[in-house]
Ligand binder design. Structure first.
Ligand code: 2AM
Ligand code: CA
Length: 265
């Protein structure tokens, strides 16, 4: 592994341990297709177990740090400076449907700034790592955002607001605007992996609205450490609070911001 600091080693070990349980449970999902309710309860349990493992592992090594957890919410720590931001299973709907595109995301915040991030896709064994000032990595390979400069050659990722949430008309307008100028749009169902893929140069850009801090904390650092730009929809830095995020390489970031700003339902 290219990034070898104690904190990275801890985050990687915690992610691998929680992933073993998730992969085992993922293998069971296909057996459970008989009842939809059965699958959803099973996945909720898998998700909670993974979160418990992550909390236990991280807490063992850094007992004072607080947590912001997708399932467990805020857990205050005794150290006021550090906080883990954890999504134990990003891409839950994929997991539930037997689609192997899901990940564990762990971000570490120091005084409000993300300083370390791990996104682990266990089925493909892709470990995305970033540490502030140390670059972004996929397993042992240093990552760099894509060098494509033309929208018509660029591939963008996004996410669709869940059915019981607002924002569908805005989303459709945004898609129309991006579709009209780009090579294509992907909607793969894991915000954490969408960001990791921007860092890896697979997508030129990604945007989504109304998501959560745990979906994006680690991914924000990955994209920035790979040389990309990350802002909210207004070009500011309220992503974690607003839930709106635009991430892209240097050339596509202003273009994507402009397209989204002009897209009106
Ligand atoms: P999850 O799988 O942990 O639920 C899909 O667009 C991505 O956004 C996933 O990473 C999903 O996380 C996340 N997400 C969180 N809240 C969402 C919402 N209200 N609507 C759509 N996606 C949401
Ligand atoms: Ca999530």
């Amino acid at each position: 592994m290219a990034l070898q600091s104690p904190i990275m080693n801890l985050m990687v070990a915690a992610a691998r341990k929680a992933a073993r349980g998730l992969v085992r449970d993922f293998g069971e999902v296909e057996q459970l297709q008989v009842s939809k309710k059965g699958v959803s309860d099973f996945v909720t349990t898998a998700d909670l177990k993974a979160e418990k493992t992550l909390v236990a592992e991280l807490n063992k090594a850094r007992p004072g740090y607080g947590f912001l957890l997708e399932e467990g919410g805020v857990r205050a720590g005794t150290d006021p400076h550090f906080r883990w931001i954890v999504d134990p299973l990003d891409g839950t709907l994929n997991f539930m449907h037997g689609i192997p595109h899901f990940a564990i995301s762990i971000g570490l915040e120091r005084d409000g700034e993300i300083v370390a991030g791990v996104i682990y896709q266990p089925v493909g064994d892709e470990m995305f790592l970033a540490e502030k000032g140390q670059g972004a990595w996929l397993n042992n390979r240093r990552l760099r955002v894509s060098a494509r400069r033309l929208p018509e050659e660029s591939l963008f990722a996004t996410g669709i607001p869940f059915k019981d949430r607002p924002g569908h008309d805005e989303f459709l307008a945004q898609c129309r605007a991006v579709m009209a100028v780009s090579a294509g749009i992907r909607r793969q169902g894991s915000a954490a992996l969408d960001l990791a893929y921007v860092a890896a140069g697979r997508y030129e850009g990604y945007w989504e609205t109304r998501i959560h801090a745990w979906d994006m904390a680690a991914g924000i650092l990955l994209v920035r450490e790979a040389g990309g730009f990350v802002t909210d929809l207004a070009g500011g830095s309220t992503m974690l609070e607003s839930g709106d995020i635009v991430a892209a390489n240097q050339q596509m970031h202003p273009i994507l911001l402009d397209l989204l700003a002009k897209a009106k339902p």
